[in-house]
Design a protein around this ligand. Structure first.
Ligand code: AMP
Ligand code: MG
Length: 319
């Protein structure tokens, strides 16, 4: 096998039908995909990522009608949301059907389902002929990959059968997760904002997203240390007494002056969507042992900015 194992769409679909694991592009981040009905493939996904099996996987489908293949007791609100935001960066939690193995849901009676908008992802799911379970294609707790190169750098030699290069992800942050088991509740903020969900289903609750270190997670995948680069990152306004290390870099947002000049800028014009698409790539670029500290400017905590604040707060060291 060649490293990295670059793969065509048709080969990826064949490998997935054979029960192997392949990294695929989606509009949010790259996914590490396997047959959602096949426990062996799911086990391999957890093993490659070193992800604990108490952190459930999202199942990816390629048309709305497939939702009924994997979930049951689907409320009208789910179809209304699907019609409004699928295909796209929104995952819905619904009661699972028996065909979904417990390993996929970490034993939960519900399953997370998403219909991605990336045409390459859709083509792979269609040709694989089964729904694909796919968490982000990175090692557990590392920054999610938004290019095929990020995937190759972390996972190429860890036993995955292929990587499909679909270019940089244009959303760039993990999907919004909304639970429709009980009252609609946003469990993880993303590009589909609570306001957008409320516009379709009326009311939506937003779950307090961070767990405290050392305490059990309120919901899987909500560890406080998720998304952390190797180089310490500080998000927000530095306390006045903080002494900057020598080799410091700064990810700026808009034209606000910082304590050091901007190394990279998420969006000169303060465009939140542009910033979202760039954030993880910048975190990857600056996660280099040449640096001692990555500073990131404060981003307004509104709309998609809520997703950025959620991820950056988890990535940040506490001072
Ligand atoms: P990732 O695949 O890395 O984007 O993460 C998927 C996340 O979806 C998990 O870490 C959980 O937070 C969430 N999730 C998946 N399935 C469920 C479920 N059945 N109930 C609640 N949250 C879920
Ligand atoms: Mg992830």
């Amino acid at each position: 096998m060649h490293f990295p194992p670059w793969t065509s769409v048709d080969d990826a679909a064949r490998l997935l039908r054979d029960g192997l694991v392949v990294a695929i592009p989606t509009e949010t981040v790259y996914g590490l995909a396997g047959n959602a009905y096949e426990p062996k493939a799911l086990a391999q996904i957890f093993a490659i990522k070193e992800r604990p099996t108490f952190d459930p996987l999202i199942v990816h489908i390629c048309e709305i009608s497939q939702l009924a293949d994997v979930t049951e007791n689907i409320p009208e609100a789910a179809y209304a949301l699907a019609k409004a935001y699928w295909p796209g960066p929104m995952t819905m939690i619904l009661p699972k059907k028996d065909c979904i193995p417990d390993l996929c849901t970490s034993g939960l009676p519900s399953v997370a389902v998403r219909f991605p908008s990336h045409p390459v992802a859709q083509e792979i799911i269609r040709k694989a002929l089964v729904p694909l379970a796919a968490p982000s294609a990175n090692l557990f707790k590392h920054v999610s990959p938004t290019t095929a190169e990020h995937v190759a750098a972390q996972l190429a030699d860890r036993g995955l059968a292929g990587i499909v290069d679909g270019g940089p992800c244009n959303v760039g942050v993990e999907s919004t997760i909304v639970s429709l088991v009980g009252e609609p509740t946003v469990l993880r903020p993303g590009a589909v904002t609570p306001e957008m969900i409320a516009a379709v289903v009326g009311n939506v609750k937003v779950k307090e997203s961070t767990s405290k270190p050392g305490q059990p997670m309120a919901a899987p995948g909500q560890c406080d240390t998720h998304y952390r680069p190797q180089v310490p990152l500080f998000y927000g306004k530095l306390p006045a007494e903080f002494k900057l290390p020598e080799r410091c870099v700064r990810i700026a947002f808009g034209d606000t002056p910082g304590v050091i000049p901007a190394t990279l800028n998420l969006s000169e014009t303060g465009d939140m969507l542009e910033a979202t698409a760039k954030l993880y790539a910048y975190m990857h670029d600056l996660d280099d042992p040449r640096y001692d500290l990555i500073l990131v400017d404060q981003i307004p905590n509104v709309g998609v900015g809520m997703a950025l604040n959620d991820r950056l707060k988890r990535a940040s060291i506490k001072v």
